[in-house]
Design a protein around this ligand. Sequence first.
Ligand SMILES: [Zn+2]
Length: 222
Amino acid sequence: MTIAHHPSEELLLDYASGALTESWSLAVATHLALCPECRHEVARMEAVGGGLLDALTPTACSDAAFDAVLARLTDGADAAPITVPRETLHETAGPAPVLPDPLRGYIGADLDGVPWQRLGLGAYQCLVRTEDGVTARLLRIPAGRPVPEHTHRGQELTLVLRGAFSDQTGHYGAGDFQEADEHIKHQPHAAPGEDCICLAITDAPLRFRSLAARLVQPLLGI
Ligand SMILES: [Zn+2]
């Protein structure tokens, strides 16, 4: 699998620091299961983060500051951390599943067992149950067709799992990851030959809490 489009360094850093809520984290973790390059990058970020913590000199802080930090930590406490299972990182016998772990664990089946719901115009969706109030869904867009009724508000992550789509920003094949926001106007169009299956995460009032990204960014040179 040749992957041309990867998550941004900011998004990987938010993932590595545990700042993403469940749905965003699921999208990144699923990409990591397919992408050795990004797994390596996340491991590097985790090593830098661990080194930074070790090097910190403890200082006293006010009760108010402590309470504020505690509130932020407990804010996302309901979302279970998502990691890439070890077995997905190694070659195994037989054909690889189309839906890699951890996504396959959420669906409860591989592609042949997905409970699709009809969207119209030949497209289907399957909502992925997450607890963070963000919409996560598998989409199946018929080969050669545009995505129907594609509204675009807020943030959107799209990870292609089979087939391909193109839009004004480029061509996305299996494993490719797209980050879009309301400033990007696009009309994804499935490539001919094979239905496009992708994981799409859309909109949340709280997207990435990038404090960790801003703190570590200069040290990583990104
Ligand atoms: Zn990648």
